[in-house]
Design a binder for this molecule. Structure first.
Ligand code: GSH
Length: 234
């Protein structure tokens, strides 16, 4: 038995454009556990809807009376609450290693992907989110969207160098977690799904082992991520 699960999931103007890397981590983790979830389209400025978590970011998972946030904490909760379902971590040591992979993705990969895809985001956003997104992101980057867009070629080259350890790992094994996908894969894949939904830029070359792995992740869990709606041109 499982509680009814709901997930606040970042959406664009179109309810079906779901582009958050952190929410995709959670969606893949839920699919891995075989847990059905009702996703709720949420916009950046709808902070009131998730105020019960005491913060303003998604994913937010609601499991009965329990409100959870932070993609990593949600993964740990799912693993501990549903131990008899397929494991996200493969035990204590696997969880510790997945934690490192998760932090690498959050602290190194996400900023590198953001430099490439951020200029494609405003057009996808609900009107009420546009000004909030521009001011918060320009402040975070310390420069205008126009300046970020002008550096895109360089940003893509930097990203491809950043992917070196992922590339060499995936040249020798099908998934980050080994022979089958697990949370170490979900933690990294969210960033690729973010770009895939929102941006026309290909993050990796077709012959890159990372591209083949993205394809395997898109096929996983009955093609959950492959079925996601993408922006026109993405
Ligand atoms: N550490 C958090 C980060 C969550 C996060 O940054 N979420 C973004 C969407 S990917 C968000 O909701 N941003 C809201 C905002 O910037 O106001 C996690 O892993 O869940």
């Amino acid at each position: 038995m499982s509680a009814n699960l709901s997930l606040y999931d970042l959406a664009g103007a179109d309810d079906d454009i779901r582009f958050s890397p952190n929410c995709w981590r959670t969606r893949m983790a839920l699919a891995h556990k075989g847990l059905p979830v009702e996703t709720i389209a949420w916009r950046f400025t709808e902070k009131d809807a998730i105020a019960r978590t005491g913060q303003g970011k998604v994913p937010v998972l609601v499991a009965g009376d329990t409100w959870l946030h932070k993609s990593w904490d949600i993964a740990v909760y799912l693993e501990e609450t549903y131990p008899d379902r397929p494991s996200l971590f493969g035990g204590r040591e696997g969880r510790a290693t997945a934690r490192f992979v998760n932090q690498w993705a959050s602290e190194v990969l996400h900023p590198a992907v953001a430099r490439v895809v951020v200029p494609d985001i405003p057009v996808a956003l609900h009107e009420k989110d546009r000004e909030y997104f521009r001011t918060t992101r320009e402040a975070a980057f310390g420069r205008s969207f126009a300046a970020i867009a002008a550096e895109r070629d360089e940003a893509l080259a930097v990203l491809r160098r950043t992917l070196a350890p992922l590339r060499s790992t995936l040249a020798g094994q099908p998934f980050v977690a080994g022979g089958a996908p697990a949370y170490a894969d979900h933690a990294v894949f969210g960033a690729f799904q973010w770009a895939r939904v929102i941006s026309p830029v290909a993050l990796t070359a077709p012959d890159d082992p990372v591209s083949a792995w993205v394809g395997r992740m898109l096929d996983a869990y009955d093609g959950l991520a492959r079925a996601a709606k993408r922006m026109a041109g993405a």
